[in-house]
Design a protein around this ligand. Structure first.
Ligand code: FES
Ligand code: FES
Length: 197
C-alpha cells in the first residue's frame, strides 16, 4: 500500500508493507532516537508524535500515519536540549536508554499543560519505564524546569500551547512568545545518535 507522510519536516510518499509498524518505518528513515524496548506497549521508548499526539510507534501500523505528520526527537532538538539540561543536572540520565521516550512525553505534557501538578506529571509519564532510577530525578527535573519556565516567559522553547483563555472580563488572553534554545544538554546527542544502544 502507498502512504504519504511528513517526517522530519519532509514530505514522503512510499509503498509499504501493510504490517510495517511506524517504529520500523521511522527507523528505516534514520530516526534512531525511536527505539524498541518491549514490543508490548509497556515502556514508552518508541514514543513519537502523530500530528501533535504522542503515540507508541511499536504498536501502530505505519499505515495509520497516512496523510499525517510524524515527529520524532530528531525534530525537537532545541526542546530536547532545553529539557535535557535539567535532566542531566538531576542525574536522571544514568544509562540514558529511557531518555528519548521520557523527553518526548515530557515535551507533550508541558505543551499541553502550563503548570501540571505532581499527580498529573506522574500520571502522564506512567507509561515511561526507567530501569535505573526511581523517577525522583526526572520529577525534580520537570519541577525545576517548570519553575525556570515561569521566570522566563519570553524565552521558551517548550511552551504550553497558546490558547485563548476567557478572563473575568470575557476577553481572551494569550501567553508565551518567542523561542530561544537554552543550553547544551545531552539530549541533542541522544536525538542525533539514538542514545545508548
Ligand atoms: S517499544 Fe513501544 S512501548 Fe515499548
Ligand atoms: S536511565 Fe537507564 S533506563 Fe532510565
Amino acid at each position: 500500500m502507498r502512504i504519504q507522510m511528513v517526517l522530519k519536516g519532509k514530505k514522503l510518499e512510499e509503498e509499504i508493507r501493510p504490517d510495517l509498524t511506524l517504529l520500523e518505518f521511522v527507523r528505516e528513515h534514520g530516526c534512531f532516537s525511536v527505539k524498541c524496548g518491549c514490543e508490548t506497549s509497556g515502556c514508552g521508548l518508541c514514543t513519537v508524535f502523530l500530528d501533535e499526539t504522542p503515540v507508541l510507534s511499536c504498536s501502530l501500523p505505519a499505515a495509520r500515519a497516512d496523510k499525517k505528520e510524524v515527529t520524532t526527537l530528531e525534530g525537537l532538538i532545541k526542546e530536547a536540549e532545553e529539557f535535557g539540561t535539567f535532566l542531566a543536572e538531576q542525574g536522571a540520565e544514568q544509562c540514558g536508554f529511557c531518555n528519548p521516550g521520557m523527553i518526548m512525553n515530557t515535551i507533550a505534557l508541558l505543551r499541553e499543560k502550563e503548570d501540571p501538578s505532581d499527580e498529573e506529571i506522574k500520571s502522564y509519564l506512567a507509561g515511561n519505564l526507567c530501569r535505573c532510577s526511581g523517577y525522583e530525578g526526572q520529577m525534580r527535573a520537570i519541577k525545576n524546569f517548570l519553575s525556570w519556565r515561569k521566570e522566563r516567559p519570553g524565552s521558551l522553547v517548550i511552551r504550553a500551547k497558546t490558547k485563548k483563555q476567557p478572563d473575568a472580563a470575557g476577553e481572551g488572553s494569550e501567553s508565551i512568545s518567542k523561542e530561544t534554545a537554552a543550553a547544551a544538554g545531552t539530549a541533542a546527542s541522544i536525538a542525533e545518535t539514538g542514545g545508548a544502544v
